[in-house]
Design a protein around this ligand. Sequence first.
Ligand SMILES: CC(C)(COP(=O)(O)OP(=O)(O)OC[C@H]1O[C@@H](n2cnc3c(N)ncnc32)[C@H](O)[C@@H]1OP(=O)(O)O)[C@@H](O)C(=O)NCCC(=O)NCCS
Length: 160
Amino acid sequence: MPEFTLRAATDQDVEAVADVWHRGWADGHAGHVPVGLHAHRTLSHFRDLVPSRIPLTTVAVAGDTVIGFVTVHDDEVEQVYVDASARGSGTAASLLDRGEHVVGERYDRAWLAVVAGNVRARRFYERRGWVDAGPFDYSAETSAGTFTVPALRYEKVLRA
Ligand SMILES: CC(C)(COP(=O)(O)OP(=O)(O)OC[C@H]1O[C@@H](n2cnc3c(N)ncnc32)[C@H](O)[C@@H]1OP(=O)(O)O)[C@@H](O)C(=O)NCCC(=O)NCCS
């Protein structure tokens, strides 16, 4: 298992976060979302999306390398991404725990969107106590507005 630590993201992490997001997005979504979304998921588009999220983001770092990140927006765990080299290592679980902790400071329940075909992510969430609350249309942010993506809403009760 690689050694890693979690810390708040800084403006110096924009490029690395965009890179992990870009590569991980393809792994989790290619073939599982409307083809039109692919045009909005280039590296340069992710570079546009990351800066406003830096204050909402925690990164996992191994040495000086960003190997994953979690972004929390209100009660939504909006992004959980781990570099392929760090999958299956517990890094993602630590990031999700951090995301849940941040949501739990203000809310009793967290939610996230996952596409039905992203089986690995769904299994990961379900193992961590998240429950499929059904299909809905997710408004994915792009650098040109929003794009509607058929998705599943997953929820986790943080405080009964
Ligand atoms: C989703 C993600 C954060 C999970 O992190 P991870 O380190 O891969 O998670 P884990 O390996 O701990 O858990 C994944 C589970 O899926 C299983 N799995 C692995 N490959 C799989 C596959 N191809 N299909 C289905 N399940 C798979 C694993 O065995 C594990 O289940 P288990 O704990 O019951 O053995 C990571 O895979 C990732 O970054 N994916 C790309 C980006 C992404 O899709 N993010 C989520 C967007 S909603």
